[in-house]
Design a protein around this ligand. Sequence first.
Ligand SMILES: Cc1cc2nc3c(=O)[nH]c(=O)nc-3n(C[C@H](O)[C@H](O)[C@H](O)COP(=O)(O)OP(=O)(O)OC[C@H]3O[C@@H](n4cnc5c(N)ncnc54)[C@H](O)[C@@H]3O)c2cc1C
Length: 403
Amino acid sequence: MPSAQNDLTSTAWDVVIVGAGPAGAATANTMAGFGQRVLLVDERVSSSFKLGESLPPASIGLVTRFLGDLERPERDLPGLFRTAGNASLWGTDQADVSDFFFTPTGFGLCIERLAFDEALRSRAVAAGATLLKGARFESCARIADGFSNWQVTLTSGMQARQYRARYLVDCSGRRAVVARALGVPIIQHHDQLFAYAQWYSSTNKDDDRYTRIEAMPHGWWYSNRLPGAERDQTRRLVIFLSDKDLPAARMAARSQGFDQLLNDSTFIRPLLHDRGFHPCGEIRGAPANSQRLQDFCGEAWMAVGDAAQAYDPLSSQGIDKALRTGSHAGHMVHYALTDCPPGTSALDSRNTHIHEYAEQQLQLWQTYISQRDYYYRVQPRWSDQPFWQRRQRRDNSDQENFR
Ligand SMILES: Cc1cc2nc3c(=O)[nH]c(=O)nc-3n(C[C@H](O)[C@H](O)[C@H](O)COP(=O)(O)OP(=O)(O)OC[C@H]3O[C@@H](n4cnc5c(N)ncnc54)[C@H](O)[C@@H]3O)c2cc1C
């Protein structure tokens, strides 16, 4: 009897999607919905944490399209709650509240991130995609067997297996493993922003529904109450962002230094103190710089989500971008595969649909960069500090829609 693994290796896939985060799940869902044979792979079987928990009002419709009504109990997204807006100490030392009440949906959402990503993957499988967990992308090689354009090598444990596909989609997040294997450089955009995350818990009630943001001389903080309280514990995430080469970043990596930096916060520190929060678990670090690929697509491959372009968390747009561009990519690759019979080439940006995707990526990037630069420039304090010097000098146009 052939094993399930052998079935997967002997199938000629229309597309192999590397990475089953929101971008991979959305691309898989869209393409499987068109009847394409989709293999969605992720190196992880499970994760212990993932950063990125808030969805702005503008994302609600999109998320509902992929997951249905998020607030229905059977969605199994524990503790998800509606958020009311952002409260920030940014350009001045006076708190500024931007209320979601005045947006078309009237609220944003705070999600339990691991459950959210899992729900997206389940929907992709329900749409017909095959999900392979615990399989790490190692390499890919061009082939021409009359149908497939790629032979993709994935490893599970010590075992390497080959899979064939017409098209390859890189949804592997900031690491952009497929693009890098193909020699496409990642362009780091001006900054070395890095996030240091500490979880807190308390037995006291915390019904805060605002994302708290505070600019500091060496970077900035943000904090969200988290869904999914267990055993009467309330959880909160506090994140410090600074450039990795600055001394503050080295401090933030250790709990003593993190605490020392937090002592200077006039917005987040008192909130933690008043509600009896204590740190739990260790500080986790994650890159948060702005980066993009030099090329978003090439012959029979494209990158989607953070693999294509990754944003500063100030934007709060990462999940939205992953889902939106996943949907767009899924449509465009489906149309391109339909237009080009197997065995033919021209699956690069000479193809109208692939070209349209690449153009859209470029436009998104330009909009993002001008928004990001605007938001850093409207914080005029600490112009003698390297973190702000690096950002306040940039010259760009006025934009909206950040946190
Ligand atoms: C500090 C911080 C805070 C953030 N806050 C928010 C927020 O509040 N709201 C928001 O919308 N966004 C936020 N984001 C951004 C958001 O989390 C990302 O933009 C989003 O996860 C991107 O989705 P993705 O599917 O492109 O990539 P990812 O979610 O990173 O998924 C990539 C997947 O690829 C897999 N993978 C990687 N390498 C391989 C390999 N070799 N083989 C197989 N699989 C592989 C990984 O295991 C992973 O599952 C934040 C980011 C940071 C750093």
